[in-house]
Design a protein around this ligand. Structure first.
Ligand code: ADP
Length: 261
């Protein structure tokens, strides 16, 4: 693919939370697409065997011949797996159900924690942002993401028990940081599926802001029907419903990401 734009220092950001259903894939898709539309070069790596961020961008998983599994276990370079231009400025490394086996197959491999980092290495300098959409567990795939990432973006759903499990996640981060990836840190915490009309949502938001402080993004993502519908049309929200508040929230988040540097 021709390089059309001089990229700055590539930031590799893992979108991570071992809880399922908190908005990881929704954020991976829509933040990546919003940054692409703002002129950035973005690569989204789908590391979740469910492949929701692949299908949510219109990638038909049964037509995909290679996926991130092949980079992790068959040493296939990402350039041979990338699906270019799924949206403006946005390329995707898809996941298929093959990836489900990787968690077990990696166990007996050498340098099993470093596979994703090694695969991403040659992408540095080609993209402004590389996002990794993590699976809902703290297994070896997630450890690979923690080793490969420069920083973490943690989505937290505005629901009961929002902070449940966060200590475990931060423990995993600290362990990887002390042994394998010293500069690893939290890039930002994102409140998702918020509804400012409810007391619960406001309480959770206050609690999360008290716990994490300034690293919580000012932008929170509202719960909207359009955001939940968009993936079934294979479109990011900025295309499916460009003038709605879901699109606006991800555009605001993208601006915050750019200004955080
Ligand atoms: P995860 O990747 O953490 O498992 P998803 O992004 O797949 O979470 O979101 C879980 C479900 O909630 C999906 O059905 C998704 O469409 C829906 N969802 C996520 N964010 C929103 C939102 N802001 N408004 C409405 N529905 C949402």
């Amino acid at each position: 693919k021709a390089v059309t734009h001089v990229v700055g220092q590539t930031k590799v950001i893992a979108i991570i939370n071992q809880k399922g259903g908190v908005g990881k894939s929704t954020t991976a898709i829509n933040l990546s697409a919003a940054l692409g539309e703002m002129g950035k070069q973005v690569l989204l790596i789908d590391l979740d065997p469910q492949g929701n961020s692949s299908s949510g961008l219109g990638v038909e998983k049964n037509r995909v011949s290679r996926c991130i599994y092949d980079a992790l276990l068959n040493d296939i370079p990402l350039t041979d797996i990338i699906i270019p231009d799924v949206s403006k400025g946005l390329d995707v490394v898809p996941a298929t159900i093959n990836l489900a086996g990787a968690e077990v197959e990696l166990v007996s491999e050498m340098a099993r924690e470093n596979r994703l980092k090694d695969a991403i290495g040659p992408m540095r300098g080609r993209y402004d942002y590389v996002f990794i959409d993590c699976p809902p567990s703290l297994g070896l795939l997630t450890i690979n993401a923690l080793v490969a990432a420069d920083k973490l973006l943690i989505p937290i759903q505005c629901e009961f028990y929002a902070l449940e499990g966060v200590t475990k996640l931060l423990d995993s981060m600290k362990r990887v940081k002390s042994r394998l990836n010293p500069s690893l840190d939290i890039y930002g915490v994102l409140l998702t599926m918020s509804d400012n009309r409810t007391t619960l949502s406001r309480q959770v938001s206050d609690e999360v802001r008290r716990y994490f402080g300034k690293i919580v993004f000012e932008t929170s993502i509202p719960r909207t029907v359009k955001l939940s519908e968009a993936p079934s049309f294979g479109q990011p929200i900025t295309q499916y419903d460009p003038t709605g508040k879901g699109a606006q929230s991800y555009i605001d988040l993208a601006k915050e990401v750019i200004s955080r540097g």
